[in-house]
Write a protein that binds this ligand. Structure first.
Ligand SMILES: O=C(O)CCC(=O)C(=O)O
Ligand SMILES: [Fe+2]
Length: 311
């Protein structure tokens, strides 16, 4: 089984306007992928490789700084949002049965101009690069959400109506830049991974990655590798979307493996975790009560709490 590659040209951000008719065929392809595998690669979606590289480069500069220069931006120092800022190595265990993940992250959840952003040491463009990429990912996400609604024969705006506040304090959507430093095999703990097995929390996730390591669990329970395909974005269904669609679309467990012994390369990825507005009540679209109603804000807080822990 392989993750399919879908040509998103009909819905590309390079087109200012797209009609629902144009999105219909795309919808069929996405529905098949999201109901069988939960993941799909899109090509021709309108964000260039250069744009993505610019974001990767400036984040790498941030991560390669000494710890004391990153510490002031540590997550939890932003009182307005518990999910904004730098996450140090091994701080998270996305699979609580494993030691801390061998990754660092910088979460952009707050776009307010009055917060402190990294700016010294060649990082004067950090805020601008992050915020503009956030907006580009937001636009693409809204297109994808529309396609999903059309594919499921829902009102085309059904998901858009509950994702109106992306980029404000009343919506948990986050642009997370991840950096996986070189791994020294002699210090790795038993069972430790770059990122433990988990499913994502929100509605959908967009992922740009620059090297191998990501694996996705199939229905039969085996993990398959998600290759790096230049010029594509990987999109997956997250848990709230699975609840919402009453399991029609599936949120699938994934992980990032360690590199093989002796491979001292780094890995980078950019994940855009799309969340419904905090106040949105997520109930099963088919009217069933397979999952109890929950507000998106409450659900995100519960899941974030479960993902942290000392190693
Ligand atoms: O880095 C990756 O490729 C995936 C990371 C991931 O799955 C996550 O942070 O939720
Ligand atoms: Fe994930």
């Amino acid at each position: 089984m392989e993750i399919p590659v879908v040509d998103f040209g009909a819905g590309s951000l390079n087109k200012k306007h797209v009609t629902d008719d144009e999105l219909q065929k795309l919808g069929e392809e996405l529905k098949t992928a999201f109901s069988e595998i939960g993941f799909v690669f899109l090509k021709n979606f309108g964000i260039s490789e250069e744009e993505v590289q610019r974001v990767m480069d400036i984040n790498k500069k941030f991560f390669l700084q000494p710890e004391e220069l990153k510490q002031p931006f540590s997550i939890k120092t932003f009182s307005q949002n518990p999910n904004h800022g730098w996450v140090c190595l091994q701080a998270e265990r996305l699979n609580p049965r494993r030691p801390g993940d061998l990754k660092e992250a910088f979460n952009v959840s707050l776009l307010r101009p009055d917060i402190t952003w990294p700016s010294s040491g060649g990082l004067q463009d950090f805020q601008e690069v992050q915020c503009s990429f956030f907006q580009r990912c937001k636009e693409l996400s809204l297109r994808v959400l529309r396609v999903i609604a059309i594919a499921l024969d829902f009102h085309p705006d059904v998901f858009l109506n509950t994702h109106r506040l992306i980029g404000t304090e009343e919506n948990g959507t986050t642009l997370r830049s991840l950096f996986y430093p070189p791994v020294k095999s002699e210090t790795v703990k038993e069972g430790q991974l770059r990122c433990g097995e988990h499913s994502d929390y929100g509605s959908i996730t967009l992922l740009f990655q620059n090297s191998e390591g990501l694996q996705v669990c199939t229905r039969s329970g085996e993990f398959i590798s998600a290759p790096v395909i230049p010029g594509t974005v990987l999109i997956n269904i997250a848990d709230l979307m699975q609840r919402w669609t009453s399991d029609k679309l599936v949120s699938v467990v994934h992980r990032v493996l360690l590199p093989s012994v002796g491979d001292s390369s780094t890995r980078q990825s950019l994940a855009f975790f799309v969340h419904p507005d905090d106040e949105a009540v997520i109930t099963c679209c088919d009217g069933s009560n397979k999952y109890p109603p929950v507000t998106a804000g409450e659900y995100l807080l519960q899941r974030l709490k479960a993902g942290y822990g000392s190693s």
